[in-house]
Structure formats: C-alpha cells, structure tokens
Design a protein around this ligand. Structure first.
Ligand SMILES: [Zn+2]
Length: 289
C-alpha cells in the first residue's frame, strides 16, 4: 500500500564476506567471528514498496560530499566504471533542490548490482537500486523520485504518473542542464509520436488497470503534461507549483486532484481543459490547449 508509511530500522547479520545494504543512514557495522551485523536507520517516513535490504558482495563507500552523506554500494566487477559515482550525486541533488525544494532525506547514494538482464532501476528510498552504473539521465530520474514518489507518494497506484511523469521531466531538465539534450527537444521527440500510435490511447492519470501502470504514456505523456503546464503558466508559477507540492505533502501522500487544485491556485488559471486533454482523455492532445 503506498499510503502506509513508517520509519524503519534494519539490523542484518551476514557472513563477513558479504555486505548488507538498506535505506537511510548506516549506524554501525560490527564483526563477530565470521559474521558482520549492519544496522541501518531510515528515520524519515517510508512507504513499504521503497524499502530494501540488499545483500551481496559490494564495495561500500560512505562520505559527505557537498551537503549530502553519500553511501554507495557497488558490485566489485563495476568498481572501475563506478569510480566517480558517489561524486556525481551532489550536483544533481543541488540542481533539483534549487527547483523542487530541499532534498528531503538525511542521506543519499546508490546500490549498483551487475545484472545485465535486468533493464530497470528502482527508486528505493535514499538509495536507488541500479542494474548497472547509471548514466546521467537514469541517475537524475531515480534521484528526482526522492522528491516525487518517495517523499510525496501517490495515494493510489492510478496516480503513478505523479511519480513517473515528474521523474521523467526531471530527467529531461538535468539532460538540458548538462547539455546532453535540450528540454524542448525531449518534449518534441515524445510529441512527434504519430496520433494513430497506441501510445496516445492511454491517458496517464487513468491507465485503466495494473497492466499499464508502468507503460510509456505514464512516463512520457506524464512528462509532456508538465511541460504543457509550464508553457501555459510560465516558469515562475510552474516551479512555485512544484516546490509547494513537495513542501505541502512532504513525507505524505497526494493525488492528481490535489495537484490540479494546487496548479490552479498558484497560477490563477482555470486549467481544467489542459489537464483533461493531457491526463484523462485518450488521444493526442493539441499542445497549448
Ligand atoms: Zn521512475
């Protein structure tokens, strides 16, 4: 259930050749004979789908980098490729904090497994899990989830675009910031999908059932919805909406209706047409509607 949140403390005993990684802050690691006990403290509220205990052969680093305690666990096979992974977190988090409001958790980091057959990552709270060393887009996506999904969690799974649309838009923002790809180009590429393509059949805020929860429209049409909103209300109101969203619902749950109401309150616009076209109606929306 995404609505039930709790703080967690993990105490995990493993053979000393293994490392136990979980959410939050590493409190202690004690060795007794050939065993080691790791204690992790996730002191901010967390939905259960974001909790992890990951046990394996990992190289664990724990350092304050910029403002952030950054705890990274990497499969030794990827140690070379992941050499600067910990240092890559602070610039992304600083940029997102400037747009979305303060980073909500007491630590950050990553769990990087070597799992070439797994083609997704997961935004486990404070410490996303990756199946390889993430590129800039994927790193930004999972870190954006810390605000959108982890701190502010959808009340119901039908509202999953509040996670995936926002994280995808944040990914576009970061790629734009570092000069990897312009924001408008990201929008245009997604919007160029032909009107008759099945992509446009699923409205992101009404995916119609569990099977479509993680399909492309929830991600890309969700992100396009935010770009359309930004075009309509202007940069100032848009980023005010996002930072008020993360502040008002910090560590809580919220739904699409609340996001629409906040957008209308902050911008002073009637946005029912825009959100109906982009979020609820099947078919390709006319931009600026
Ligand atoms: Zn995501």
């Amino acid at each position: 259930m995404p609505r039930i949140k709790a703080t967690y403390r993990f105490s995990v005993t493993v053979p000393s050749t293994r490392v136990a990684v979980a959410n939050g802050d590493l409190i202690s690691r004690r060795s007794t004979g050939d065993r080691a006990t790791y204690v992790w403290d996730a002191k901010e509220p967390m939905a259960s789908y974001l909790a992890t205990v990951t046990i394996g052969k990992f190289r664990l680093t724990d350092a304050k980098i910029g403002k952030y305690r950054t705890i990274v666990a990497v499969d030794p096979k990827l140690a070379g490729k992941a050499a600067n992974l910990a240092e890559r977190h602070a610039p992304v988090l600083d940029y997102f904090a400037s747009l979305f409001g303060p980073y909500p958790f007491s630590s950050t980091g990553a769990i990087v497994d070597h799992a070439p057959k797994v083609d997704y990552a997961l935004e486990t709270q404070t410490r996303p899990i990756y199946a390889e060393v993430p590129g800039e887009g994927l790193l930004a996506h999972e870190l954006a989830h810390q605000w959108f999904g982890d701190s502010v969690t959808p009340s119901r799974w039908q509202d999953i675009w509040l996670n995936e649309g926002f994280a995808t838009y944040a990914e576009w923002l970061w790629q734009d910031k570092i000069g990897e790809r312009g924001l408008q180009t990201s929008f245009d590429m997604a919007y160029a999908t032909p009107a008759k393509d099945a992509f446009w059949r699923t409205p992101p805020a009404d995916p119609g059932g569990p099977a479509a929860l993680f399909h492309d429209p929830v991600y890309y049409r969700g992100a396009m919805t935010l770009h359309a909103l930004r075009g309509k209300v202007g940069d100032m109101a848009f980023f005010q909406i996002l930072s008020r969203w993360t502040a008002e619902h910090k560590y809580g749950n919220a739904d699409t209706r609340a996001f629409i109401a906040l957008s209308e309150r902050v911008s002073g616009h009637d946005l029912s047409g825009l959100f109906t076209d982009w979020l609820f109606k099947p078919g390709k929306p006319a931009f600026w509607s």
